[in-house]
Design a protein around this ligand. Structure first.
Ligand SMILES: Cc1cc2nc3c(=O)[nH]c(=O)nc-3n(C[C@H](O)[C@H](O)[C@H](O)COP(=O)(O)OP(=O)(O)OC[C@H]3O[C@@H](n4cnc5c(N)ncnc54)[C@H](O)[C@@H]3O)c2cc1C
Length: 300
């Protein structure tokens, strides 16, 4: 008996957060005949943890943005809810602490636009309202980006409905922040967190900065109570419950495409007739041997 079926509507390579989320999104659209192939022996990919001396250490994720509270769910939180994947989210109590010993700055900011503006005001009296105005601009750009990313819109309509997005879109974070005339200490406080995006503020597009700031200070950040594998395990379980086949220790080495030479002629973007792997017998017979060496960590 063959382990794999001869045909799947969709084959997903990689059983980490993106691959499993893609499967669940397809399943929401009624596509259930899905095979997910993961080369590692458990799901999650980069989002993984390990235990040393009794301490569980997250390799990558230290917090998740775009979750939001139950009352004000943001994009990623909505996604998990809509998929029926119930994660026990714990809110990270503070947004961040910024310390600059040479200037005597030590400030902890919390989520909530007014709250963080008041926290800055307490250290730099009189600047709170301007910080709030700045955060509200970030929030309008954030709302526009969420709308424009899923709603096709003509340029005139965009100008009318999303003026702040259009006005700031061509500028860097530094250029827009400069227009508020903040003292350098406040600029330092408003900008340290996003260095891991990889750009200095002088080249980071304001839209990206604004999106991150608004999301972060609006909804705060969260961690799954049972660490990042709570997400991957539950995503996997839900995908399987909906009919997907998920296999571990299955590294995809080759993608065989029937009539590949014709595909570009018909459509530059679509690869037609992706042949199922089992048809080629690539994995069918090897599985028992590989499988015995690997464990499926379905239940954690
Ligand atoms: C140091 C660090 C810190 C981070 N901190 C955060 C954070 O705090 N918050 C946050 O939201 N994000 C954070 N991220 C980003 C986040 O971890 C990743 O964006 C996310 O986990 C990527 O998921 P993915 O599914 O796209 O890719 P991956 O996790 O890379 O998954 C790809 C999967 O495909 C599998 N695969 C690859 N090739 C094959 C093949 N040929 N056959 C079969 N399987 C294959 C891999 O084994 C893997 O499981 C951090 C990343 C790093 C590196």
């Amino acid at each position: 008996m063959k382990f794999y079926k001869d045909h799947y509507d969709v084959v997903i390579i990689g059983g980490a957060l993106a691959g499993l989320s893609a499967a669940l999104q397809l399943q929401q659209k009624g596509i259930n005949d899905i095979l997910i192939l993961e080369k590692h022996n458990l799901p999650g990919g980069l989002a993984t943890s390990y235990v040393r001396n009794g301490i569980e250490i997250e390799a990558t994720l230290h917090e998740m943005m775009s979750i939001g509270s139950k009352e004000d769910r943001l994009k990623v939180g909505v996604f998990f809810d809509e998929c029926g994947v119930d994660i026990d989210w714990l809110k990270v109590p503070e947004a961040y602490r910024f310390v600059e010993p040479n200037k005597g700055i030590d400030i902890t900011l919390h989520s909530g636009f007014e709250r963080m503006a008041n926290e800055i005001d307490a250290k730099y009296p009189g600047w709170g309202p301007k910080v709030l105005e700045f955060m509200q601009l970030c929030n309008r750009v954030y709302d526009s980006m969420n709308t424009l990313s899923v709603t096709p819109m003509s340029k005139p309509a965009m100008l009318m409905k999303h003026p702040d997005f259009v006005k700031t879109a061509g500028y860097t974070a530094t250029e827009v922040i400069d227009t508020f005339g903040f003292p350098q200490d406040i600029v330092d406080i408003l900008t340290p967190y996003w260095i891991y995006v990889g750009n200095p503020m002088s080249t980071l597009p304001f839209t990206i900065y604004a999106f991150l700031m608004a999301d972060y200070f609006r909804g705060g950040s969260y961690v799954p109570k049972k660490y990042s594998h709570e997400m991957s395990m539950k995503l996997q379980a839900k995908a399987e419950e909906n009919g997907a086949q998920v296999e571990f220790c299955q590294e995809v080495e080759k993608i065989l495409v029937k009539d590949a030479h014709k595909a570009r002629r018909y459509d530059q973007l679509r690869l037609r007739h992706l042949r199922s792997l089992s048809e080629q017998g690539v994995y069918t017979d090897d599985r028992a041997a590989v499988g015995s060496a690997c464990r499926r960590h379905k239940d954690g």
